[in-house]
Design a protein around this ligand. Structure first.
Ligand code: NAD
Length: 477
């Protein structure tokens, strides 16, 4: 395996570094110092990855799905043994706490396991009465592009279903947080995955995506990241009509109704919002509170935000580490300044911490005018807006007033109100009386500018399959 401090590319079953490959620095966001590097794939690396993936395709797709599943299950067991060390690497390069990183790896293991367990059943023909059936077939080589916020679980959510379906993958890991890709690919390698079936590259994202997507070998594009980049990739994919699965940004509302139990709602929001310093696509970012509860909610939420212990991500006493990179700090500054200039009030936080590292404190903004950028651009950081509403229709309208539609949350025990909101909210996922993210067994996908296609569960595997409809004049067999 590659040295922990110098991450390599993995092509056709071999780790590679050096040669004419440039290296990119990896920065520790808690110190702002370079502490590792990652090899940048050359054009010939990319061509070799394409050729080896294509060469491995027939063998992998015709291998019994049960055996593909067993390899995934074995990789899950191997990855589980690495969690402690891998979580330290992830925390150092991303800034999340070690507990958060270990929790993320546990979900990556679970995702590999789930897809391993279900590979056979989801590759089996689906009968449609006596004379018809659907035969699932793997679509072919997948180009997977993954971001730096949850590099372990987001890689698992792409690799595991694609491999279970019988597709080889060329994965571009996140250059800023590369170790998760290395640990997961190495686990697959150790579990006996054939050469060429998984390839890992890093480099200048735009060069890599352009090169891979211009190849007719690639049949599927799967990407998690910003809406802007998702659209660029979908445009490139249009030339070869590659299937796209796009998990893009979010700007998730939480509706707190007048009967909500604040003793449950406030800690749940605080815990989920400030995980990974708010850099989750489905983190809540706009809280709408029934007018009668507004003052009490704001006071409790502000107190909860102030209690978050900010510190070094490898200190067990830390609740929230730094943001992942300087771009996020600039975004927090820009969004806060814009809101305040338009008349918003800062209840807590609102300025970068005066210490080394990309630290931005939990920030709550109130009185935010509707045209403020923070209500429309994905904050992707520890900023929350809080606003009152008069009735549920107004709350739904406000909740839907962004271009995004990934997740929405609501707190109420009233069945009618729950029904109205579940039906009225434009979101791929709605959670009632708690906050929940992705899970291995359930589909997750956005609407509007949050993307299209699904990851997770059965639909996650189907995303990488052709569902061949077979009509028989007589009976089969
Ligand atoms: P960005 O849009 O430049 O990059 C996001 C991710 O996409 C990065 O991992 C990057 O390496 C990758 N990427 C960028 N250009 C690419 C290309 N041409 N081909 C392939 N991959 C490419 O933005 P950023 O500054 O890194 O992140 C900030 C924004 O990205 C956030 O505001 C958020 O909207 C979004 N984001 C979303 C998620 C998510 O989970 N949906 C994750 C990370 C970032």
């Amino acid at each position: 395996m590659s040295d922990a401090m110098s991450h390599e590319v993995f092509i056709n079953g071999k780790w590679r570094v050096g040669g004419s490959r440039a290296t990119l620095p990896v920065i520790n966001p808690a110190t702002e110092k370079v502490f590792a590097s990652v090899a940048s794939a050359t054009v010939s690396d990319l061509d070799e990855a394409l050729a080896s993936a294509e060469l491995s395709r027939k063998g992998w797709s015709s291998r019994p799905a049960k055996e593909r599943g067993e390899i995934l299950a074995a990789a899950a067991r191997i990855l589980a043994t690495k969690i402690e060390a891998a979580a330290r690497d992830l925390s150092a390069e991303q800034g999340k706490t070690i507990a958060e990183a270990a929790g993320e790896y546990a979900r990556a293991v679970e995702t590999l396991e789930w897809n391993g367990t279900h590979a056979e059943e989801l590759s089996a023909p689906i009968p449609m009465g006596p004379n018809r059936m659907i035969v699932p077939e793997p679509l072919g080589v997948v180009a997977a592009f993954t971001p730096w916020n949850y590099p372990a679980v987001l890689i698992a959510r792409k690799l595991a279903p694609a491999l279970a379906a019988g597709c080889p993958v060329i994965l571009k890991g996140a250059e800023e947080a590369p170790s998760a890709a290395v640990h997961i690919v190495e686990s697959l390698h150790q579990s006996g995955i054939p050469d060429g079936v998984v390839n890992l590259v890093f480099g200048v994202p735009v060069h890599i995506s352009r090169h891979l997507l211009s190849s007719p070998i690639v049949k599927v594009l799967t990407f998690t990241g910003s809406t802007a980049v998702g659209k660029q990739l979908a445009t490139l994919a249009a030339n070869n009509l590659q299937r796209c699965i796009l998990e893009l940004g979010g700007h998730s509302p939480v509706i707190v109704c007048e009967d909500a139990d604040l003793g449950k709602a406030v800690p749940a929001i605080s815990e989920y919002k400030f995980e990974c310093a708010g850099q989750s696509c489905n983190a809540p970012s706009r809280i709408l509170v029934a007018r009668t509860l507004y003052d009490e909610f704001l006071s409790r939420m502000t107190e909860a935000a102030r209690k978050i212990r900010i510190g070094l991500p490898d200190d067990a006493a830390t609740d929230m580490g730094p943001m992942a990179n300087a771009r996020r700090i600039e975004a927090m500054q820009r969004l806060t300044k814009d809101a305040v200039e338009r008349g918003a009030r800062i209840e807590t936080g609102g300025a970068r911490l005066d210490r080394p590292g990309f630290y931005w404190p939990p920030t709550i903004l109130t009185g935010v005018p509707k045209d403020a950028r923070v209500l429309h651009e994905e904050p992707f950081g520890p900023i929350l807006t809080v606003a009152p509403f008069e009735d549920i229709e107004e709350a739904i309208e406000e909740a839907n007033a962004t271009d995004y539609g990934l997740a929405a949350y609501l707190f109420t025990g009233a069945a009618d109100a729950q029904k109205m909101m579940i039906n009225g909210l434009s979101a791929g996922a709605v959670s009632v009386n708690y906050l929940k993210g992705v899970s291995a067994d359930a589909p997750y996908g956005g609407v509007k500018q949050s993307g299209y296609g699904y990851e997770g569960g059965e639909l996650g595997v189907r995303s990488f399959q052709i569902l061949k409809m077979v009509n028989g004049l007589g009976s089969f067999g």
